[in-house]
Design a protein around this ligand. Sequence first.
Ligand code: NAI
Length: 687
Amino acid sequence: MSARTEISGDVALITIDNPPLDTMNITLRKDLVAALDAVEAAAVQRVILTGSGGTFVAGADVKEGDAPPDVPSMPEIIARIEGFPVPVIAAINGVALGEGLELALGCRMRIATPDATFAFPAVSLGLVPGAGGTQRLPRLIGIGPALELIAQGRTIGSDAAIKLGLVDAVEADPVAAARTIAPSALSEYPAVSARPAPAADDDAVSSAVATASRKQRGQVAPARAIALVADSARLSMAEGLAAERAAFLELRGSEQNLALQHVFCAERAANARSRGLGAASGPLATAVVVGGGTMGAGIAYALDTIGIRVTLVEVDDAAAARTRANVIRLFDDAVKRGKARAASAGEARIPVVVGYDGLPAADIAIEAVFEDLAVKRQVFAALDAALPETTILATNTSYLDPNRLNEGLRAPQRFVGLHFFSPAHVMKLVEVIRARATAPETLARVLELATRLGKLPVLAGVCDGFIGNRILTRYRQACDVMLIEGALPDQVDAALREFGMAMGPYEVQDLSGLDIAYANRKRLGWRDNPAIRYIPIADRIVEETGRLGRKTGAGWYDYGSSGQTPSARINALVEAESGRAGITRRSFGPDEIVARAMAAMASEGLAILQEGIADSPADIDLVLIHGYGFPRWRGGPMHMAERAGLAALLARLERLAVEDPLSWPIPEILRRAVTEGRSLTELARTE
Ligand code: NAI
């Protein structure tokens, strides 16, 4: 039974215990109704509702997300609890999320443990609360605080909950407290729906609307949630509940709901997989990081925050001094953000040394030096000589081949790629690259480390650029083709921003520097490669104009007092290049720009799946969302392709390939998926 009933004297205790995740699902709903029936028949004087372990109820079961709602529904159960012949008290013993919190709001009184947490995650899944949350919460705590919890999905603890009036008492043993409260005191707590409607708060509502349009751009659910909470001030409880349920049922199963649910499940699967591998040896406790530039300093700092003892290695005294300054800046920033870490501690906590003499033994060494095969190989040879044979050796390379970087090492099975994203202490994504020789134990240990760092690890095999940078390269290439055929950089950027990308591809290049992609194209020998359609625009910008992006004050765009503006010079260069290639320019509308860019991403993702570089299409989506500013609420390029239909993608690619076969190779796995009518996830599993 997922809801157990114990009756002692005139008190009934209903304990929810619904493993494995303690979520609300049809089993629990049915068991709750059965428990309420039993309790009602027993003629007790009060009912206490509690959870087990560290959870009250952890929200709705996302697995039920796209099935038709099943009875008994949550609103029915909560209405029954609210109108129960005797008071029902929620003894909130831990996490109370979404429908769990709504269940508690249906009770007369809420008593929570000091470590309980409260949140409404509905909007993060493209939904609004569907069991009275938008109407009961504002009646209890007011419109402004209710908006913060519901529209922004803020999580709060018991301290904040009692100040807001969300809970009535905080007690170490809330069940015991609920048993002893006097009946006269209990009668002072009316049902939440019987309380007066909250006062309207136009300022809070407009500020929530402004926050949502800034932070949740493109998403439907936050605006709906705000409107429902705002309406609680003017609608009756019955009207408000009806409006909320209608909005909930409308959003349930919507494209945004499915996309956000897909990402949520993909994240959970990625985290579960890294926990599930289980390293035989203990957690990594000491580390060496080589190179303390943009990436190395951030990686060292992140390791320090989880208590790993780190030593940074630099190439000479001048570089060591720069690295110290980088590290101190990170500690300074943490202090400014209110994290209590003394800035001056940075230098003492993370020693920076030159060379490898006397390096302390370390469980892991992470290399983050210049992107140069020879330099990196020298570093690994030195690390191999200076550190025990048991030390894991990891590279943060963006593109270079780990199967070559590990050549000549004593124990190549301890070599692995750990591709962090910039800034390394902030970005959640880490691509964990398995080289041919990488041992499962090595993977298990670095995955454990990534999880401890609070990262989202995604496993990838070896290819140029791994999952993310390989797709990025292809995406940019597709955009460059549009430039030469008639689009302008700001049109491409605007269309993709409007679609939901955090930034357009050209403004991103201006931010990271045009020289980086230039060096990469050179390394790949694109100019002379007959197998790809080479578009020389970006190379000409670097070679002829010296405009390398923001750092030189100009790149694809001009940067002046009025900020980023399209550049007449670059637009003329783009047009001239079309002329040189004998192309008659034509216009590209935003829909076509987005469709082509997405087709390129999905098609490269398919090739990546076919080659076994990524384990699943969902992993590819996670990389794009967490590393490249792809809008979460669209679910990622692979999810989008499957939702729109793989046959439609195949037809599009075939059309594009007629005119431009070099840019649009068609992955075999796509033809197979379409012919066999199978999903990409199924096909990836059988590859
Ligand atoms: P960076 O130029 O900021 O830093 C490189 C650091 O390595 C410098 O401090 C330099 O003094 C040091 N270094 C160079 N040779 C060395 C040697 N032989 N021994 C010890 N230290 C040495 O470079 P960044 O951006 O931090 O990149 C480092 C690596 O991380 C590259 O492989 C890059 O591809 C990769 N990466 C960079 C990302 C980024 O956004 N910057 C993102 C992900 C990976």
